[in-house]
Design a protein around this ligand. Structure first.
Ligand code: PMV
Length: 327
């Protein structure tokens, strides 16, 4: 039996634009998905407990092809099972053990589909746990590559390498197309606001793609997000937190122009700014889910807790630890 864990992430800058070859900077946060893999004779059995913080709990123990009897959106449950299936396929391939059977238990602190990289963290941790259980030790870069293949398959080709690379490596990373690297970053005071919902990543990505094809100014907006990311990288390197916050605000405005914000995300962003956050933006695909703000004080967390539409607000420190085996 091997248990591995991997962190979720926030996008400091660059979601959506990264799909068109612009750079993005995601940062790993101290909310982790834990996956335990145990060899069995054949097949795959998945037990997923507590797949989200506050939304719902999945207690599910069955063959992976069965549907659990729970009251959540089918799309999320199917995706969750799909990620585990594909991750185990990747582990079998890496260990050259195509017939290996597994019992897999997933325990995640990361809300599903909310822009915090839950699926990437589950895929990364599952590949680590299952390969280790088969006696193979993969470097985190290879786990990132294989987890990207998992996302690519489950999400019908609509995935960048950002989530999976960040979750495998930990800390702050920079992703531009296939070029992925870790970067230095100060310990940023992240505050997360969560509206309890989830966006449909595929539909949101498709919406931006259509706008970009229809309007030159939408294509320019995507490029402008790339410019923000490049400025943001320089600000990160020099630890200019106020500048990072300004750029986050700008990035949110452009995402909003591209139609991927929502009333609740905007309400949380403005509540954070009014409370004195140095910057605030949605994180991930948008449409619902989470915002990320920067505030050293408790003010933003308190303000978010009283914001209509905000279901949960919490601090989440930058997590320097990527995928790892738990003792
Ligand atoms: O919501 P998330 O965490 O799956 O992020 C999606 C980010 C996009 O840039 C919109 C798509 C992608 O794969 O990069």
């Amino acid at each position: 039996m091997v248990t591995a864990s991997a962190p979720g992430k926030v996008y400091l800058f660059g979601e959506h634009a990264v799909v068109y070859g612009e750079p993005a900077v995601p940062c790993a946060i101290e909310l982790r998905a834990q996956v335990t893999a145990t060899r069995r004779d054949s097949g795959l059995r998945v037990h997923a407990g507590d797949l989200t913080i506050d939304g719902f709990t999945v207690e599910y123990e069955a063959e992976a092809s069965d549907r659990p009897d729970i009251d959540v959106e089918d799309q999320l449950v199917e995706a969750g099972i799909g990620y585990v299936n594909e991750a185990i396929e990747q582990a079998r391939d890496a260990a050259d053990a195509p017939e290996a059977g597994f019992d897999v238990t997933v325990d995640s602190q990361i809300p599903l589909g909310a822009g915090l990289g839950s699926s990437a963290a589950v895929a990364v941790a599952a590949i680590k746990a299952a390969t280790r259980e088969l006696g193979v030790d993969l470097p985190p870069e290879e786990i990132a590559g294989r987890a990207y293949q998992v996302e690519h398959t489950v999400q019908d080709g609509q995935a960048s390498r950002a989530d999976t690379f960040c979750s495998a490596m930990g800390g702050a990373v920079r992703v531009e197309g296939d070029d992925c690297r870790t970067i230095e970053a100060p310990d940023l005071p992240f505050v997360i606001g969560y509206d309890g919902g989830a966006g449909n990543t595929g539909a949101l990505v498709a919406g931006v793609r259509e706008l970009r094809e229809e309007y030159d100014f939408a294509a320019d907006t995507v490029e402008a997000i790339g410019d923000i990311v490049r400025r943001g990288e320089a600000a990160l390197a020099d630890e200019r937190v106020a500048e990072i916050g300004r750029l986050m605000n700008f990035n949110h405005g452009l995402l909003s122009a591209l139609g991927v914000s929502s009333r609740s995300l905007d309400a949380m962003v403005w509540a954070a700014r009014d409370a004195g956050a140095v910057g605030a933006k949605l994180t991930g695909a948008g449409g619902g889910g989470c915002i990320v703000a920067l505030d050293e004080t408790p003010e933003t967390t308190s303000a978010l807790k009283y914001t209509p539409g905000c279901e949960d607000a919490f601090r989440a420190a930058l997590d320097p630890v990527g995928v790892c085996v738990e003792d």
